[in-house]
Design a protein around this ligand. Structure first.
Ligand SMILES: N[C@@H](CCC(=O)N[C@@H](CS)C(=O)NCC(=O)O)C(=O)O
Length: 202
């Protein structure tokens, strides 16, 4: 695949939008995926969840959603919670980096902390991955969102031992190292701080 980065700066956030993002996603957000086709029209998708669904259909082995129907529904719910419940707090913090004491920033950090508590509770039964015995898109979604959470001032608490151990397991996976490691090297190249847990990945 060819990875295309979009502009981002603390002052202007995601403006100006990349023209392909504007064109493909009416919500004007990344990520978008373009799957070029040999002859017919290209497939153009937006929203990480939609992209996960397509990738699973395209390459079902190894499965990245549980095969059992109920387990799969639970995994999808976790992925949704990560995107729609946890991540909006982090997006909120992106616009409040200069005013960390702002009540909205405090509330966003509290929201993120509550979510960390929820996931810590889930992992407390000894499961290695969020959805159970098998690694899934739920892990990918929350790990990637968590990188931004750490960078925006809402880190996972050190005392959440299961959560921290899960995150360490994530940083040891080759595919995670490839993608998140590249992000980490980019951050370092830009002179931006690197979350401590990413140090082993760069
Ligand atoms: N639910 C969406 C969320 C996408 C999202 O929040 N994208 C952010 C960056 S991580 C974005 O492009 N923000 C720019 C904006 O909203 O203007 C997904 O999972 O794809």
């Amino acid at each position: 695949y060819e990875l295309v980065m979009v502009p981002f700066a603390m002052k202007t956030l995601y403006e100006p939008k990349h023209p392909e993002v504007e064109r493909i996603n009416p919500k004007r957000q990344v990520p978008v995926l373009v799957h070029r086709s040999g002859g017919g029209p290209d497939l153009e998708l937006f929203d990480s969840t939609q992209i996960f669904e397509y990738l699973e259909d395209l390459a079902p082995d190894p499965a990245l959603w549980p095969r059992d129907t109920a387990a799969r529904a639970r995994a999808r719910q976790l992925e949704l919670l990560s995107d729609e419940v946890y991540f909006p707090h982090i997006i909120r913090l992106m616009g409040l980096q200069g005013t960390p004491g702002d009540p909205a920033a405090v509330a966003a950090r509290e929201g993120a902390a509550a979510f960390y508590g929820r996931i810590e509770g889930l992992l407390a039964d000894g499961r290695p991955w969020l959805a159970g015995p098998d690694y899934s898109y739920a892990d990918i979604a929350f790990f990637m969102a968590g990188i931004f959470g750490d960078r925006m001032g809402a880190p996972m608490p050190a005392e959440a031992a299961h959560l921290i151990a899960w995150r360490t397991r994530m940083t040891q996976r080759p595919a995670v190292r490839q993608v998140a490691g590249a992000m980490g090297r980019w951050l370092l190249g830009e002179g931006r701080p690197l979350p401590a847990f990413m140090q082993t990945m760069v």
